[in-house]
Design a protein around this ligand. Structure first.
Ligand SMILES: Cc1ncc(COP(=O)(O)O)c(C=O)c1O
Length: 356
């Protein structure tokens, strides 16, 4: 049966709140009203602006591509939908990493694709094993789908791995969709796969790394002809973006470094703190937290009861690995103020001790 929604997203949106919420995969929200913005700066005349050029150009400048390669979308979520809808037809094969971000599977299913999987294994530090991808490929494969950084593990696919994927994709005239919503939190910074060849279709937004999820400023970087197809397809969905949000996004692009502020330093501290926590726990295994906003340790058993225990007794939440098809793992969000992470990890340690 085709997906008609995302159970994961529904869970993520409506789970009861806790004090130590280590479920989020984004950094703390940035208050746009801390910038000197007047309401008059926001073109409040009620008009909408098809393909608002200043925003398209701001995205193109930031990511070093031509404006014709940029299509706008409501968040990476709609960017992923538009990208897949433009690239696949019912019955096409789509090869998706496992584990992955569940809505990517939901979109492919909704579009009637036949979904095949390739594993990214914990014992390989969730690296992309190109032979496994090759084994899943057929002449009906139209799209290979990955997240980079990888959600849930934050593993980085380097340019050699991406190049090998492009080579595979060329064999069957397929494309590679790279969801790059976490890529701007790689250490050091990495360029978008959009620079590596026409096979790549890359999606991103201001949500995760910049703490601006409310703007819903997302985009796709692709070949101009494909980007055009996505703009046209969006005429069936949102037609235009909310213009005041576009104006705010333009302001954000002018001040991205200021918006990032101390966030990279906080993430660095938090990753180090998390590594020390894992090193002190023989019951956990996890690759070092080098990049990104989340980590995905393995425990000794099913992590659903662990997550339930944490919530009930420790006012703390993590994402059980069952949402990522790996029930013996769980995802920890590192994009919270360091004292909150410290408190959450302490409580996680207590829960792990309780359940030993
Ligand atoms: C891999 C991935 N892509 C996309 C999204 C959604 O991003 P946005 O808020 O920009 O739609 C998420 C959110 O968790 C994600 O993890």
């Amino acid at each position: 049966m085709r997906a008609t929604g995302s159970d994961y997203m529904h869970w993520a949106k409506f789970k009861p709140p806790v004090r130590f919420a280590l479920t989020a995969s984004e950094v703390p929200h940035f208050r746009m009203d801390s910038l000197p913005i007047a309401i008059a700066d926001l073109d409040m005349d009620g008009a909408s602006h098809p393909r608002y050029p200043p925003l398209r150009e701001a995205i193109a400048r930031r990511y070093g591509v031509a404006a014709e390669q940029v299509a706008a979308a409501d968040g990476t979520s709609m960017a992923n939908f538009l990208a897949m809808a433009a690239l696949i037809a019912p019955g096409d094969e789509v090869l998706v990493e496992r584990p992955t971000y569940e809505p990517l599977l939901g979109i492919a299913s909704f579009l009637g694709a036949e979904i095949k999987r390739f594993d990214r294994r914990a014992e390989d530090r969730f690296r992309i094993d190109v032979d496994r991808v090759a084994a899943g490929l057929s002449e009906r494969t139209r799209l290979i789908v990955i997240t980079n950084l990888h959600n849930p593990s934050s593993a980085l696919a380097d340019e050699a791995e991406l190049g090998a994927l492009a080579k595979l994709a060329r064999k069957t005239n397929a494309r590679v969709l790279v969801d790059e919503v976490y890529l701007d939190s790689a250490v050091p910074a990495r360029r978008s796969a959009a620079h590596l060849g026409p096979e790549f279709v890359c999606t991103n937004s201001l949500t995760k790394v910049y703490g601006l999820s409310g703007l819903r400023c997302g985009w796709i970087l692709a070949e101009p002809e494909l980007a055009e197809r996505m703009w046209r397809l969006n005429d069936l969905f949102g037609v235009n973006q909310a213009h005041q949000a576009e104006m705010l996004a333009c302001i954000a692009f002018e001040r991205l470094d200021e918006i990032l502020g101390q966030t990279p330093a906080m993430l660095g501290r938090n990753r180090a703190l998390f590594d020390v926590f894992v090193a002190g726990r023989p019951d956990l295994e996890c690759m070092p937290a080098e990049h990104g906003i989340v980590a995905f340790p393995r425990w000794t058993g099913n992590t659903e009861p662990l997550a339930a225990h944490l919530r009930e007794h420790q006012d703390t939440a993590v994402v059980p690995g069952s949402w990522f098809e790996m029930p013996d793992h769980f995802r920890v969000g590192l994009g919270v103020p360091t004292d909150l992470l410290e408190g959450g990890l302490k409580r996680l340690g207590a829960a792990l001790d309780d359940l030993q």
